[in-house]
Design a protein. Structure first.
Length: 321
């Protein structure tokens, strides 16, 4: 009998076909993720779960699945939606998809940086509103990248990839990375500094840290007040790292110049969120990894983790506690 598994969303065929070929797969067919109560029911009796970052996978759900549950495979790099410690206590390995979305996410971070600096979205709306009547010497003036300072909060794979892109614009790059080694950072043209120095000196601040108890809300009123009035904040990591209400107030009141967000708190962002009323905040719907090649690789890696787990083999990419 093929192992029974639950797949919480329709993922790209590059991974889904592997799962279908090897497993008795129950695949959630809807665009919206299953509610927690529905998810709890659908995983009963399965040996493997292939989930997404919208799915809350806690100890109670693992217990509801039953003692035969062998693996939890997440189609994402981050796994803050999964109680990894609870899984470890139950002997259930957790897999993720690290490395594969580095370049796609770095591209998106830099796209948001460019769009925010040069007011691209504002300019499109300017035309659509019928305001473009002539060339105006002082209309829609934005910021320069050449010679500007980019501050990276986090210097992991994605942070390093953003630093490489910044070098092509002759930007000065500084980073806050408590575990980073100055000599290694220097080889990449990056200078390690304190968080306070980064916030005070950067023209653009880009966030590249995981969401955990030490990073939740780390960019709040105090941090935003340290930034330059012209500075732009970019977040392609996780929404709760930024105090969204404080960000709205800081941009509205001119404490900082603007923001570009791929992630929000909550997701999706409610249409009545005041963030969406500000022309100098660009928000996109968590598309950091949304290139065809990247999502195909993520799906394949998630499937390979799932199949290894149900077969009792080591996961190719396992989250360590």
């Amino acid at each position: 009998m093929p192992p029974k598994v639950f797949v919480s969303r329709i993922i790209p065929d590059a991974g889904l076909d592997l799962v279908k070929a090897a497993c008795d797969a129950d695949i959630w067919p809807e665009t919206m993720p299953p509610a927690y109560e529905v998810l709890t029911e659908r995983v009963r009796g399965v040996e493997g779960i292939l989930c997404n970052l919208n799915d809350r996978i806690d100890g109670a759900l693992m217990d509801a699945a039953g003692p035969q549950l062998k693996v939890i495979s997440q189609m994402a790099v981050g796994y803050d939606n999964i109680d990894v410690r609870a899984a470890h206590e139950r002997g259930i390995p957790v897999g993720n998809t690290p490395g594969v979305l580095t370049d796609a996410t770095a591209d998106l971070a830099f796209a948001l940086l460019l769009a925010s600096a040069r007011r691209i979205v504002e300019s499109v709306e300017y035309i659509r509103a019928g305001q473009w009547r002539t060339w105006e010497p002082k209309a829609l003036l934005g910021g320069d990248l050449n010679g500007a300072t980019l501050g990276l909060i986090g210097l992991g794979r994605i942070g390093q990839a953003v630093a490489r892109r910044a070098s092509g614009f002759d930007m000065r790059v500084i980073a806050y990375s408590p575990r980073g080694k100055p000599e290694e950072a220097a080889k990449q043209g990056v200078t390690l500094v304190s968080l306070e120095q980064l916030l005070r000196e950067s023209d653009y601040v880009s966030i590249h840290v995981p969401l955990n108890e030490s990073t939740r809300g780390m960019i709040g009123r105090e941090a935003l007040a340290m930034m330059k009035p012209s500075a732009i904040l970019i977040n392609t990591a996780r929404g709760p790292i930024v105090d969204q209400k404080a960000l709205f107030e800081a941009v509205r009141d001119g404490v900082i110049g603007g923001a570009g967000l791929d992630v929000t708190d909550p997701e999706p962002i409610p249409l009545d969120d005041p963030i969406l009323t500000l022309p100098n905040i660009t928000v996109v719907p968590h598309i950091g990894s949304a290139s065809q090649r990247t999502r195909d690789k993520m799906a394949r890696m998630a499937a390979e983790n799932l199949l290894a787990g149900v077969e009792g083999q080591p996961l190719p990419n396992q989250v360590r506690v």
